[in-house]
Design a protein around this ligand. Structure first.
Ligand SMILES: [Zn+2]
Length: 146
């Protein structure tokens, strides 16, 4: 199902030492899409709210099971932080690393790693998604300068 617009998925199953997402409930479809290089979000047909991460109900109006749409994977950095002290086990040899709140062009905002030097990111930077596959079930959305 990998479409022409899907992002690259890099296999890091042998080297990743950080946390591994466990697909469950409302986020099952989200993680399945990551393995195909697609970043999906929920777009409520009732009130128009676009949300990430996936939830069982719309945060805008409470409707159950808002449907998924595929994002272009392109966004801008709303805010970011440079982590010098690892916030999770397995990140120790990765510092300093960049974590950003990224506004996708479709509207939803998500927190994600930005794979670049801290000097190469600033508020408003254009970024695009790529994926690091960390298990048989999930690939982490990671952004790179675009
Ligand atoms: Zn809604």
């Amino acid at each position: 199902m990998t479409g022409p617009d899907s992002a690259p998925v890099e296999d890091r199953r042998d080297s990743w030492e950080g946390p591994i997402p466990v697909p469950t409930g409302a986020n099952t479809e989200f993680w399945a899409a990551t393995l195909e290089g697609e970043l999906v979000y929920q777009q409520c047909e009732e009130c128009g709210t676009a949300q990430l991460y996936p939830r069982a109900v719309c945060t805008g109006c409470g409707v159950v099971g808002p449907p998924f749409e595929t994002s272009s994977g392109v966004g801008t950095v709303y805010s970011y932080t440079v982590c010098h002290v690892p916030g999770e086990p397995g990140f120790g040899d990765r510092t300093p690393y960049v974590v950003a709140a990224v506004d996708l062009e479709e509207g939803p905002r998500l927190l994600a790693l930005v794979d670049c030097e801290p000097a190469d990111v600033e508020i408003g930077s254009a970024v695009a998604v790529t994926f690091w596959q960390v298990s048989d079930e999930a690939a982490l959305p990671v952004f790179v300068p675009h």
